[in-house]
Design a protein around this ligand. Structure first.
Ligand code: ZN
Length: 202
């Protein structure tokens, strides 16, 4: 529905289509408030991950997200300024009511303004829905990416841990061998001392 704004001039009273919004808290559409999501891998294994969709920020998953709720309405206003831009395509008119530009939202009747308001509300809801879908998809991608990353890191850490274990074992084995060698030396020394002591005692 388009406004036939050419018929309006300075000082005219018109109906303005309005579409306001208010922020509302909604349950997270990904984790449904549970703060965690389960990702099933191709081999049937399941992984639990913290929800990224409601977990943007430092506080981690919240279980809810903020969304806009759009409202419809129409109000009467007076055109306080008309601006005309002349270019090759003709004259383009801009209408203002106080400081608000109302060019595409000014109508002669309340009925027309309300119809436009419903149209704007539907557009905004659709934009929010497609935006949410888009975010959800990229969040889903990040879940599998995160899972892949964590699995890879866990594997790497396990491999490194095994290598460290192996080295630690080797070190222990070496220390033991060295200790044995030292032990026999000290035993020999002790023996020598005992012999020495014994000698002195004799
Ligand atoms: Zn969530």
């Amino acid at each position: 529905m388009s406004s036939d704004n050419a018929q309006f001039g300075l000082g005219d009273t018109v109906w303005i289509a309005e579409c306001g919004n208010q922020q509302v808290e909604k349950v997270c559409p990904v984790c449904f408030g549970t703060l965690r999501v389960t990702l099933r891998l191709g081999n049937g294994d399941e992984l639990e991950l913290p929800c990224d969709y409601c977990g943007m920020g430092y506080d981690g998953p919240q279980g809810h997200v903020l969304e806009y709720e759009w409202t419809e309405g129409a109000r009467q206003a007076t055109i306080t300024r008309v601006r005309e831009n002349h270019d090759t395509r003709g004259i383009e008119r801009e209408l203002y009511a106080s400081s608000w530009e109302v060019t595409d939202r000014a109508f002669a009747t309340e009925k027309e303004a309300l119809a436009k308001s419903a149209e704007l509300k539907a557009q905004n809801e659709e934009r929010q829905r497609t935006c949410a879908e888009h975010i959800k998809k990229s969040v889903n991608k990040s879940f599998s990416w995160n899972a892949g990353y964590h699995i890879r890191e866990a594997k790497r850490c396990r491999r490194e841990a095994a290598q460290h274990d192996e080295r630690a074992k080797l070190c222990k084995a070496r220390a033991k061998a060295k200790g044995d060698a030292d032990g026999s030396t000290s035993e020999r020394q002790e023996g020598a001392e005992r012999e020495g002591t014994g000698g002195r005692l004799d």
